[in-house]
Design a protein around this ligand. Structure first.
Ligand SMILES: NC(=O)c1ccc[n+]([C@@H]2O[C@H](COP(=O)([O-])OP(=O)(O)OC[C@H]3O[C@@H](n4cnc5c(N)ncnc54)[C@H](O)[C@@H]3O)[C@@H](O)[C@H]2O)c1
Length: 448
């Protein structure tokens, strides 16, 4: 089948590569010429495990092509995916300008029946706006070609995106047209072989399903973070509590890890956008508001512990930061907790030596070259001469370090762990003081 995808970011590129992998002819369109040039040279602009191989293989096979020409894109595919960004507007609502720009392009160039598929995360009612925009652009040309607009939200996780796309939990298709539903069923059949995962529903429910999923996941995280602060204050260990509640199958172990707050391109903006949707219809979304407030506060928790430990005196100190990406297996630093920490450290006059396995280019893009940020070649080098180690992302390679080496490299025997990666006893055994989330400080060197 012929497929066009507008937007070659995390979602568009993964969707394109996976649809090409199962035999479709895919054309990816992006407005960023530098990105398309890189893709046409065989370079992958983002880090996502397995993506590079998949793109190379399908480019070589001629099934995956890249262009900046929307006219070519509209001519190419029966299926026209919209996978462009929907960043937050100033009030937190989703900025639909990119989505509607694609709808306009399709309207400007449509010559025969097309299925327009919203894969971007968009608020309820966007499919109607896409249809209106497309119709208006057609009308200006005196055209009236038939088309359908479908909502097909994407649930992939950065870091496991290929696997999530190839073996999805569910494929949500919002359409009122049974014929369109069948065409999408055919397109998705290769990913749907051992059981039917396609859920056809009305468009508005499909649009809301995506926000509901992300808001629920964000709620789980904020719940655990709130609990971690209570646990710490009452002298309990949130990790024990986590295990205790996760054993109840109604609660489950997944996604109840306390930490230093959620980031990324989805949870923060989607919670805010859903909140704005609710406010727009006159409903006060108290839980969503709390989820976001708790997360905002949690992003400052590690910095607060550092500040307390040093009695507010951070001027001239150096901190080793392990992890910059908002989560492991990605180079994405959008709304990452590490950014809040690093910026607070700088503000207080401290310097940062940071290591992340994938996000250095992104950190350089965000912060440029500055004397108070050194990006080191490996995790241990970050520790040299630092006053403390601060763990901000739970990369696998940080999980089992040699604490004696850490102790030897640091200027002071001090670890702040925003992800609860370590067993306090092991850290203490190497003579290091250890601060984590939702647990009392574990001090190997009690203060006099
Ligand atoms: N990243 C994720 O994990 C994830 C998961 C599920 C859903 N989503 C949603 O998918 C959408 C895309 O997210 P992303 O992370 O891939 O974004 P991204 O920022 O990585 O990529 C978006 C791409 O769209 C391009 N673009 C913008 N306007 C365009 C236009 N008019 N025509 C063609 N290309 C255009 C940009 O240049 C960019 O390359 C968002 O709505 C997001 O909420 C993201």
């Amino acid at each position: 089948m012929k497929v066009t995808i507008f937007g070659s970011g995390y979602v568009g590129l993964v969707t394109g590569a996976c649809l090409a992998e199962v035999g479709n002819e895919v054309l990816c369109i992006d407005i960023d010429p530098a990105k398309i040039d890189r893709l046409n040279r065989g370079e992958i602009p983002i880090f996502e495990p397995g993506l590079e191989e998949l793109v190379h293989k399908n480019r070589s096979a001629g099934r995956l092509r890249f262009s900046t020409d929307p006219a070519l894109g509209v001519r190419h595919g029966l299926f026209q995916f919209i996978a462009v960004g929907t960043p937050p507007d100033e009030d937190g609502s989703a900025d639909l300008s990119h989505v509607l720009a694609v709808a306009r392009s399709i309207g400007e160039h449509i010559g025969e029946y097309r299925i327009v598929i919203d894969k971007s995360t968009v608020p309820v009612g966007t499919a109607d706006r896409v249809a209106e925009t497309l119709l208006a652009a057609q009308r200006e040309r005196g055209q009236s070609v038939e088309f359908d607009v479908v909502s097909n939200p994407e649930f992939l996780k950065e870091g496991a995106a290929i696997d999530d796309f190839m073996r999805p939990d569910r494929i949500v298709v919002g359409t009122d047209n049974p014929r369109t539903a069948e065409l999408l069923r055919a397109l998705y059949a290769p990913f749907n072989r051992n059981r039917d995962r396609l859920m056809v529903m009305d468009i508005r429910s499909a649009e809301l399903t995506k926000y509901a999923a992300n808001a629920m996941l964000a709620t789980k995280i904020s719940f655990m973070n709130e609990l971690s602060n209570i646990a710490e204050a009452v002298g309990a260990d949130v990790e024990k509590v986590r295990v205790g509640i996760g054993s109840d199958p109604r609660i489950g172990y997944q996604f109840i890890y306390p930490g230093c707050g959620y980031g990324g391109s989805c949870f923060p903006k989607d919670v805010r956008a859903l909140e704005q949707t609710a406010l727009g219809i006159g409903y006060s979304p108290q839980l969503l508001r709390a989820v976001e407030d708790i997360n905002n506060r949690q992003k400052d928790v590690v910095f607060g512990k550092i500040l307390d430990h040093f009695q507010g005196q951070l001027e001239g100190r150096t901190f080793a930061v392990w992890g910059l990406a908002f989560k492991p297996n990605t180079d994405d630093m959008r709304e990452a907790s590490s950014r809040r920490l690093i910026e607070a450290l700088w503000q207080a006059g401290a310097r940062v030596r940071a290591f992340d396995p994938e996000a250095h280019l992104e950190a350089q893009r965000l912060y440029g070259n500055r004397a108070d940020l050194i990006l080191t070649d490996d995790a241990l080098s970050a520790l040299e001469g630092a006053d403390a180690l601060v763990v901000m992302t739970e990369w696998a390679e940080f999980r089992s370090p040699d604490f004696a080496v850490i102790r030897a490299l640091l200027r002071q025997p001090l670890v702040f762990d925003g992800r609860n990666l370590f067993d306090p006893k092991l850290v203490n055994a190497a003579g290091l003081d250890y601060y984590s989330i939702g647990r009392r400080p574990a001090l190997a060197n009690p203060k006099p």
